[in-house]
Design a protein around this ligand. Structure first.
Ligand code: PBG
Length: 311
C-alpha cells in the first residue's frame, strides 16, 4: 500500500482541517494510506512573545516555516495550512496545489453585535487588519491585544472581561463553535485576510504522483479567488501582519471580482477599491487592484505602519 505523510500544526483547528481535507481523498483512493504527522511551530511552542518577534528569530513565518522545512526535507509529502497564515513568497522547490472548497471567509464578532457594543467597549484581537477595521467604524472602541488558539481566545471574553473578540467564522465553524458568533461582519467594511477560510495545500514541486492525487480535490473557483487575493497582498508587499483586507468572488457571468481595502492602524486613513476580470487571470487582477490602491496612497499607509513596527 502506498503511504503519504501529511503534516500540520498541532492545534485542534489544524487537525480538523486535516480530517476535512483527507476524508474525500480516503474515499476516492482506498488503496492509499494518508498518515497524519504533527509538526510544531515557533508560534505554537512560544505562546507569550509577540508573533513579529518569533518570526524575526526564526527568519520566517511563526506558523509555517517548520512545516515547510519538514516538507522540503521529505519528512512529510503534503502540508495542510490555513492559507492566510502562509506567506505569499513560496520557498524554492515547494508549490501550492488548488485548494478544496472554501469555508466562510468572513470575520465574526463574538460576545456581542457591533451595534450592541457600548461606547468605549473593549474588543480583543491582535491582528493589525482587525484593529484597523474596527477603529475605522468605531473609533471609540478600546482594542485589547490577545493571541492564542481559537478556544482560549473565546474564553478571554470572560477571563479578561472583554465585551467581544473578533475571530474568523471559518475557524469557529471547523471547531463546532459557531454558537459563539454574535454577528458576522460585513465584507465591505471588514474584508477578510487574503485566503481566509481556504486551506493551503503545499507539496514538493517534483512530487508529481501526489500532485495528481490531490488535484482531484481542487476547486478551480476557489483557486482563482485566493490567487487574486494573494497576488494583491504580494504586490503591496504585505504579510499576514498588515492591515490589508481582500475578498474575491466569482460572478454569475463567470468573471472574477476582487474587493480590497488598506487601513491605517488607528483607523483614520483608508483606501479601497474593486475590479473585475477574467477567471483565468487572477494574478493580473490582484496586481491591477493593488496598483489602483497604491495610486490612492496605500504605500504611505503601509509605510507608516512599518516605520512604527521598526521602532
Ligand atoms: N491567525 C490564526 C488563524 N489562522 C487560521 C484561522 C482560521 C481561519 C482560516 O482558516 O482562515 C485563524 C483564527 C482566526 O483568525 O480567527
Amino acid at each position: 500500500m502506498d503511504t503519504y505523510f501529511v503534516g500540520s500544526r498541532a492545534s485542534n483547528l489544524a487537525k480538523a482541517q486535516v480530517r476535512e481535507y483527507l476524508a474525500p481523498l480516503r474515499q476516492r483512493f482506498p488503496g492509499i494510506a494518508f498518515t497524519h504527522r504533527v509538526i510544531l511551530e515557533g508560534g505554537d511552542k512560544d505562546r507569550k512573545s509577540l508573533l513579529s518577534d518569533i518570526s524575526a528569530v526564526s527568519g520566517g513565518s511563526a506558523f509555517s516555516s517548520e512545516q515547510e522545512a519538514a516538507l522540503a526535507r521529505g519528512d512529510v509529502d503534503v502540508v495542510i495550512h490555513s492559507l492566510k497564515d502562509l506567506p505569499t513568497a513560496n520557498p524554492p522547490g515547494l508549490v501550492l496545489v488548488p485548494p478544496p472548497g472554501r469555508e466562510d471567509a468572513r470575520d465574526a464578532l463574538c460576545g456581542s453585535t457591533l451595534a450592541g457594543l457600548p461606547k468605549g467597549a473593549s474588543v480583543g484581537t491582535g491582528a493589525p487588519r482587525r484593529i484597523a477595521q474596527l477603529l475605522a467604524v468605531r473609533p471609540d472602541i478600546e482594542v485589547v491585544p490577545i493571541r492564542g488558539n481559537v478556544p482560549p481566545r473565546l474564553k478571554k471574553i470572560e477571563t479578561m472581561g472583554l465585551d467581544a473578540v473578533v475571530l474568523a467564522v471559518a475557524g469557529l465553524r471547523r471547531l463546532g463553535l459557531d454558537d459563539a458568533i454574535g454577528e458576522i461582519l460585513p465584507v465591505d467594511l471588514f474584508p477578510p485576510s487574503p485566503g481566509q477560510g481556504a486551506l493551503g495545500i503545499q507539496v514538493r514541486e517534483e512530487s508529481s504522483a501526489i500532485q495528481e492525487i490531490l488535484s482531484t480535490s481542487g476547486d478551480p473557483a476557489v483557486d482563482a479567488q485566493v490567487r487574486a487575493e494573494r497576488a494583491l497582498l504580494a504586490e503591496l508587499h504585505g504579510g499576514c501582519s498588515v492591515p490589508v483586507g481582500a475578498y474575491a468572488e466569482v460572478r454569475a457571468d463567470g468573471s472574477l471580482s476582487l474587493y480590497a481595502q488598506v487601513t491605517s492602524l488607528d483607523g483614520t486613513r483608508q483606501v479601497s477599491g474593486s475590479l473585475s476580470g477574467p477567471l483565468g487571470e487572477p494574478e493580473k487582477l490582484g496586481e491591477a487592484l493593488a496598483g489602483e490602491l497604491i495610486g490612492q496612497g496605500a504605500r504611505s499607509i503601509l509605510g507608516e505602519i512599518r516605520a512604527e513596527a521598526a521602532v
